[in-house]
Design a protein around this ligand. Structure first.
Ligand code: PXG
Length: 435
């Protein structure tokens, strides 16, 4: 028999379990969601790491409505509209110096595909067409399109689909509970995990490697901070071997760690960065790839009538997305949100680490406005403890995110001290009920 929920095949969801006991959200404002029954749910995850300025900000929603009435759509190929150029200009005021050319997409996944294609084409244009290998990292997440799936390092996301993108390898991940459990901010140990790139260089030869893509902080697999010195070392090794370094800042971009981008937070500059999520405060789908000018300039050769990069989307730089992003950047600037996570870091840190010692808790970690609690897997039921905590928190009016045996927190950057207290108290009660 069909139920009213059957027609929708939900993404990354246990469809059958969900449809037996649906969790629905139907309104949102500021720090809160509302269920269809009118129950308030405090948003501890900024939607899905994207609603950095909080929900339904009038400045943003009004900008979208105005733009929809003024011009709904304009073709982005061989045509343009003013807002896309303005947004690119505004964005490069925020990005690290030298990363000042912007290509628009509609999601993080598309940003990843775009960045990887630019990396391959760049080497080819410079006479190094043999550089085709792409290096990701275990426990990395780079979206769900083909190349992003391939460089991703979550087995469960890959095995159903075979390996249709060849020439991919992975660095080992940096999560080292033996040495780094209960770290505050960046873990002390593990800079040497970056040397794993030397192993891959020895195996494949540097001349075959186009790019390394990593998240400066691995978000999806449970908020794994880069160990101190790790990103610096990876940068140096990429330089030594002529390999492009891509930071996937889909989650870390737009203030999550306490600076506009993780590149600035860590003082390490990638060659390309992928963005999405917080770019429009989650209101309209949009992503972007920001590249070093010299990479862009390598394409600007030959006759000016030639299309330099045969790549793009019908909705690249969509007017509604541009309007949303420009208004979002205004809100971020006016409220100092892109650096607020640095000020809130100690508040979240103190609150979250107060959960240390609770049953089943084997790690707590935090940086900026990101935190995670990791549970000992229940025998024969890995991931269930985190899922049960997520469910209990939702019932108690707080949205957190379960991933593997971790619960991750990433509240909107407007979160107050008392709301952090509410999130952590709710977590505590949920953890105390675990078996
Ligand atoms: N790169 C990174 C680093 C991401 O976190 C993507 C790419 C893909 O973005 P799109 O917009 O195509 O979904 C992401 C997405 C989680 C979670 O539970 C995180 C994401 C998506 C779904 C769940 O942490 N990030």
């Amino acid at each position: 028999m069909n139920t009213p929920l059957d027609a929708l095949w939900m993404p990354f969801t246990a469809n059958r379990e969900f449809k037996l006991a649906p969790r629905l959200l139907s309104r949102a404002e500021g720090m809160h969601y509302q269920t269809p029954q009118g129950r308030l749910v405090l948003d501890g995850t900024a939607g899905l790491w994207c609603v950095n300025a909080g929900h339904a900000r009038p400045r943003i929603t009004e900008a979208i409505a105005r733009q929809a009435a003024e011009m709904d759509y304009a073709p982005p190929f061989q045509m343009g509209h003013p807002l896309a150029f303005e947004l690119a200009r505004r964005l490069v005021e925020l990005t690290p110096e030298g990363l000042n050319r912007v290509f628009f997409t509609n999601s993080g996944s598309e940003s990843v595909e775009t960045a990887l294609k630019i990396a391959l084409a760049y080497h080819r244009l410079r006479g190094e067409a043999q550089r085709t290998r792409l290096i990701g990292r275990e426990r990395g997440y780079h979206g769900v399109n083909f190349a992003g799936t391939a460089v991703g390092g979550i087995g469960g996301n890959r095995k159903l689909f075979g390996s249709s993108v060849g020439g991919v390898d992975h660095l080992r991940h940096t999560h080292d509970l033996g040495r780094n459990a209960f770290s505050r901010g960046q873990p002390e140990h593990g800079a040497e995990f970056a040397d794993d790139l030397e192993r891959l260089v020895a195996l494949h030869d540097a001349s075959t490697i186009a790019a390394v893509i990593v998240e400066p902080m691995a978000g999806s697999t449970g908020a794994l901070m880069a160990p101190k010195g790790y990103l610096e070392r990876l940068r140096a090794l990429c330089d030594r071997h002529g390999i492009l370094l891509i930071f996937d800042e889909v989650i870390t971009g737009f203030g999550r760690l306490g600076a506009p981008f993780a590149a600035q937070h860590h003082g390490v500059k990638p060659d390309l960065m992928t963005l999405a999520k917080g770019l429009t405060n989650g209101c309209v789908p949009m992503g972007a790839v920001v590249v070093r000018q010299s990479i862009h300039d390598a394409f600007m050769q030959g006759p000016a009538s030639a299309i330099e990069l045969p790549h793009g989307y019908t909705y690249s730089g969509h007017p509604l997305a541009c309007a949303a992003a420009l208004a979002t950047l205004d809100v971020y600037a006016e409220e100092g949100l892109l650096t607020r996570a640095a000020r809130m870091h100690p508040v979240l840190e103190a609150a979250l680490h107060s959960l240390r010692g609770l049953p089943h808790v084997i790690d707590i970690r935090n940086t900026g406005l990101v935190g995670a609690v990791e549970f000992e897997p229940r025998e024969g039921a890995a991931g269930r403890r985190a899922f049960e905590v997520f469910q209990a928190c939702f019932e108690a009016g707080v949205l957190v995110r379960a991933t593997g045996d971790n619960v991750a927190l990433s509240p909107p950057l407007i979160v107050s001290e008392s709301q952090i207290g509410q999130i952590v108290d709710t977590l505590r009660q949920a953890i105390l009920r675990l078996h």
